[in-house]
Design a protein around this ligand. Sequence first.
Ligand SMILES: O=P(O)(O)OC[C@H]1O[C@H](O[C@H]2O[C@H](CO)[C@@H](O)[C@H](O)[C@H]2O)[C@H](O)[C@@H](O)[C@@H]1O
Length: 190
Amino acid sequence: MRDAVRDEAKQFPTAIVSGPCINKVFSFVKLRELYYAGSHGMDIKGPSKRTKHTDPKAKAVLFQPASEFLPMMQEVYKKLVEEKKFIMGSRVEDNKFSLSVHFRCVDEKIWSSLIELVTSVLKEYPKLRLTLGRKVLEIRPSIKWDKGKALEFLLESRGFTNCSNVFPVYIGDDRTDEDAFKITILLGFP
Ligand SMILES: O=P(O)(O)OC[C@H]1O[C@H](O[C@H]2O[C@H](CO)[C@@H](O)[C@H](O)[C@H]2O)[C@H](O)[C@@H](O)[C@@H]1O
């Protein structure tokens, strides 16, 4: 699989836009020739490896629209780890610019207690928002940024936005991927 993606990336600039943070995604993808947009698109980097197919004039991409939130995310992570001790089966994942509280292994009868607990921690942080994923609560900065904005940024940084001969292909199975699908339509790609 890795070889197939590496070969594909030689022909077409390729990015992985993910919920988990870049470090986690990179630890299993291990391809330095790709772009990565982790933390739901709030941490954009790459590629760190130049190949004969990389545009030599292209600057290395690095963009973190929520960087000012990092200390706050760390603070909330610590509080959630402390609180989750009271909810058996819950798991808190640090995704740098977003935090995920998983409840897949929590007894359904106490899901409401977990939601109350997370909501009460977040009361002190009005600049953060809470969304629901697949058996996971996601906490992230309330900024106007999502996977769609990350895709738009990546296309712009490669100078692809007003090109009639560029056709972006975006693949995703999460609700959060819908923001990226919308961007391909808004930018005029079918
Ligand atoms: O936006 P994606 O890259 O598709 O990531 C979505 C979430 O992926 C991870 O959660 C998923 O796997 C969990 C098991 O490890 C599962 O419990 C959960 O239901 C899945 O959504 C990741 O842990 C989340 O942070 C991502 O938001």
